[in-house]
Design a protein around this ligand. Structure first.
Ligand code: URA
Length: 211
């Protein structure tokens, strides 16, 4: 499994403002949007393209177009929704499917409560949007689901990751191949409540307010 923590001053700057407890929801949402677009640029480096010949006003030229089937973007509800527009800005023709996974705060296990995804994902390149890779339960369940339905590869884009979550994803699905994690930083650890330290708190609450 490949893990890529993006080392870029703009990513570090935006992440620092996101982490700051004084950052309000409006600023938080627009920073997530900007940060995801930067992460998406790296996350799509291996996206499948095919050769295409076109004519410029001056001469024929060879280039590329995204291959079929088009990539599938899968935000994990609820907090992954806050990452969707930053991703589709870069990949406007991608299809979007939804998975609702919630972690049980007692057991920290992932529970599926919504699913709007095609049954057959043969040959699809999938991009999972999950802001916080904490215990890894949600991400393992999502990646398993996509690979079981034939996805060609899965790249998870996470704002932050914890070493414990990365180890769990590696152990559970790393050997299935074609799994990649792209994140802005790998933080120190999880606390006893399963929160990333220092992290940024509850991403869903900071995006949408507490419900
Ligand atoms: N989910 C969050 O929103 N934040 C964490 O730190 C861990 C899981």
């Amino acid at each position: 499994m490949d893990v890529l923590a993006i080392d870029h001053p703009l990513v570090a700057h935006k992440l620092t403002v996101l982490r700051d407890e004084r950052t309000d929801s409006l600023t938080f949402r627009s920073l997530v949007d900007e940060l995801v677009t930067l992460l998406a640029y790296e996350a799509t480096r291996g996206i499948a393209v095919e050769a295409r010949t076109i004519r410029t006003p001056v001469a024929p030229a060879s280039g590329v177009h995204l291959s079929q089937p088009l990539p599938l973007v899968v935000p994990i509800l609820r907090a992954g929704l806050g990452m969707l527009s930053g991703m589709t800005r870069l990949l406007p023709t991608a299809e979007v499917g939804f998975l609702g996974l919630q972690r049980d705060e007692e057991t920290l296990q992932a529970i599926t409560y919504a699913n709007r995804l095609p049954e057959d994902l043969s040959g699809r390149q999938c991009f999972v949007l999950d802001p916080m890779l904490a215990t890894g339960g949600t991400l393992v369940a999502s990646i398993d689901y996509l690979l079981d339905r034939g996805a060609r590869d899965v790249t998870a884009i996470c704002l932050l990751a914890a070493p414990e979550g990365l180890a769990k994803v590696e152990e559970a699905v790393g050997a299935r191949g074609n799994v990649r994690i792209v994140t802005s930083a790998v933080d120190r650890r999880l606390n006893e409540r399963g929160y990333i330290v220092p992290g940024l708190g509850d991403a869903g609450d900071r995006l949408y307010g507490v419900v």
